[in-house]
Design a protein. Structure first.
Length: 273
């Protein structure tokens, strides 16, 4: 699905930081014009000011009946920011939130349960259009609303749909927080290489390219991750020696990752209240 459903009615973006900017650039690349957007942001970037000169409405009055209102402010700013969009509730506008940790019920309190709302959880690779976003809608969100939300988020990567909002804490723990785990892996792999005698810059370059290339191979290959692992492991070889440590049932990577993801999911539930 393309973004033609926005043309004519427009899109309101509340907050345009790193994630908001990544999405905006994707939508512009997808064929929308600056004039299709109304953006509310207290500290607009030079990029937004330049787009405003080309027709984007920056910190102006809201359009009467926009197709979409995207909420991209930080969760702690929601209480102050949401009243600005209250007039759009209970109408034909679809609300899409990319704010971590803010449940659909919070938006229903602000805009009414009759308002179609889709909660989305993207991750930081969206900045290079390599993100993945999980989506779930409220009772008022129709199949068409979900299609529209999915089309929006495909501008910055892939999408998946959840069965219910209760899965969002697990999504946050796996893909929302997951890039940080991968960055830590790069750090740790580089430090291990340095400990074995490699120059720091070379160790980091090797670790970064290895993790990036392996991740790309895992996405592009038709093989499962366990098959890819077996393919690179010769019996009795160097990889097998390393995997004996990493695959230890008690102290290896798998139980460690389970504890890490569990901790992140539990923290998400606690923050939600």
């Amino acid at each position: 699905m393309d973004l033609d459903f926005i043309a004519g009615r427009g899109l309101v973006l509340l907050g345009c930081g790193k994630m908001g900017t990544a999405m905006l650039e994707g939508w512009l690349d997808g064929g929308l014009e600056p004039s299709d957007f109304t953006i509310l942001d207290p500290a607009p970037s030079a990029r937004l000011e330049a787009l405003a000169r080309d027709g984007l409405r920056l910190n102006t009055a809201l359009p009467g009946d926009p197709a979409i209102a995207v909420l991209a402010v930080k969760p702690q700013m929601m209480g102050e920011a949401l009243p600005a969009l209250k007039a759009l509730g209970s109408g034909g506008t679809l609300f899409v939130s990319v704010a971590a940790g803010t449940p659909i019920a919070r938006f229903e309190e602000a805009f009414s349960t009759a308002t179609p709302i889709v909660r989305a959880m993207p991750n930081t690779p969206a900045a290079i259009k390599r993100g993945i976003t999980a989506l779930v809608g409220n009772a008022a969100a129709t199949a068409t609303h979900l299609d529209h939300a999915e089309a929006l988020m495909r501008s910055v990567g892939r999408t998946v749909r959840l069965d219910d909002e209760g899965q969002m804490d697990a999504v946050t723990a796996v893909s929302g927080s997951g890039p940080a785990y991968v960055f830590l892996l790069i750090e740790a792999l580089a430090a291990a290489g340095e400990a074995e005698g490699l120059p720091p810059a070379m160790a980091l370059d090797l670790a970064r390219a290895t993790v990036g290339g392996a991740g790309d191979l895992a996405e592009r290959s038709g093989d499962t991750p366990d098959r890819l692992r077996v393919n690179v492991t010769s019996p009795g070889g160097t990889t097998a020696a390393a995997l004996e440590v990493l695959m230890d049932d008690a102290a290896g990577l798998a139980p460690l990752m389970r504890r890490a993801v569990s901790a992140a999911a539990a923290r998400g539930r606690a923050l939600r209240g």
